[in-house]
Write a protein that binds this ligand. Structure first.
Ligand code: TYC
Length: 111
């Protein structure tokens, strides 16, 4: 492959012009914060955590909590790696501080 110009166009030697992403303009990877279900954490506490850590409304927090409760896990939000790590840490620490087994984890978003 040969670089044709500065605007990220590449000739694949079959005469096809392919658009190539400039590494400098590539978006940073994003991460989902996933909340896991358990049998013991009170529903109201999960809603409280979602409102406090993620800033979701009471309505939205209740929807996410019910999704986790019925399906086993659910997405609280999508962030950069550093922010997702911080949010997940806050959830897990809040749960520990209150003696609940509630856990969250982060997972890279693949496109
Ligand atoms: N399953 C819990 C209960 O019945 C509620 C719950 C919801 C716990 C979501 C964790 O991430 C969770 N009390």
């Amino acid at each position: 492959m040969k670089k044709l110009s500065n605007d990220n166009k590449v000739d694949d030697s079959f005469g096809t012009v392919v658009l190539e992403q400039d590494p400098q303009t590539k978006e940073p990877p994003q991460y989902q914060v996933i909340l896991l279900n358990d049998d013991y954490t009170p529903m109201e506490f999960v809603v409280f955590v979602l409102q406090t850590v993620f800033g979701h409304s009471h309505q939205k927090s209740t929807e996410i909590m019910m999704e986790v409760h019925t399906k086993g896990c659910g997405v609280c939000g999508i962030f950069s790696k550093e922010i997702a790590e911080m949010m997940s840490y806050q959830v897990n620490e809040m749960a520990k501080d209150h003696g609940h087994p509630l856990l969250s984890e982060i997972e890279p978003l693949t496109d």
